[in-house]
Design a binder for this molecule. Structure first.
Ligand SMILES: [Zn+2]
Length: 200
């Protein structure tokens, strides 16, 4: 995998993210990882949403092929297995703690680039169970895809372990989500809400 470089989201990117997730996205400030075809794999979100709520998951995995593959891995008990290894392997534990620091540094970079005040509610708090545990493999893989291999050992391992379902070499975008669907927007949800109210 070549070293990814951050890029600002276009309107097309934001529409694709909304289709991938099935809901409108907000406060996405970068697309830090893309499929070889250009579609977003990961969205970077500002640490404080425009509605004021702190958002600790800086790197959010959006591509359905990836999220589904990682969910299968989680269902197989891999998080507990990794957490156990953190308690036994001091070198791995140190690398996982360093990944935690990198996550915080990336969030700080994004905060500054977004012109936001410090987000005190999540200061020192990363995501995914870091620094001592593994609670979400989506977070760890999002981090690996965003910053490249060699930073998060368990994110790198997650990428290796989903290789039957997804690798950077193969684009699965055509089948991964409905490209012809109506793009979810805030206006649409308000419209749907009004329709539902009228039906009651
Ligand atoms: Zn693709």
């Amino acid at each position: 995998m070549s070293q990814p470089s951050p890029s600002l989201p276009t309107q097309e990117d934001l529409d694709t993210l909304s289709l991938q997730l099935g809901r409108p996205v907000r406060d996405v400030v970068e697309i830090p990882a893309r499929c070889r075809c250009g579609s977003p794999l990961v969205a970077a979100t500002a640490p404080r949403l425009s509605n004021g709520i702190p958002f600790p998951t800086t790197f959010y995995l959006t591509h359905p092929t990836l999220t589904q593959a990682v969910s299968r891995l989680e269902a197989a008990g891999v998080m507990a297995e990794m957490t156990e290894r953190l308690g036994q392997d001091e070198e791995l534990a140190a690398q996982h703690r360093a990944a935690h620091q990198d996550y915080l540094a990336e969030r700080e970079r994004i905060r500054l680039a977004s012109g936001l005040e410090p987000v005190w509610e999540i200061e020192g708090i990363s995501a995914g169970g870091m620094p001592d545990r593994v609670k979400c493999l989506h977070v760890l893989l999002g981090h690996t895809l965003a910053v490249g291999r060699g930073i998060s050992p368990l994110g790198d391992e997650t990428l290796d372990r989903i290789s039957d379902d997804w690798t950077p070499a193969v684009c699965t975008c055509a089948e991964a989500w409905d490209h012809a669907a109506e793009i979810p927007t805030k206006d649409l949800s308000r419209h749907v809400r009004r329709l539902k109210e009228e039906q009651q």
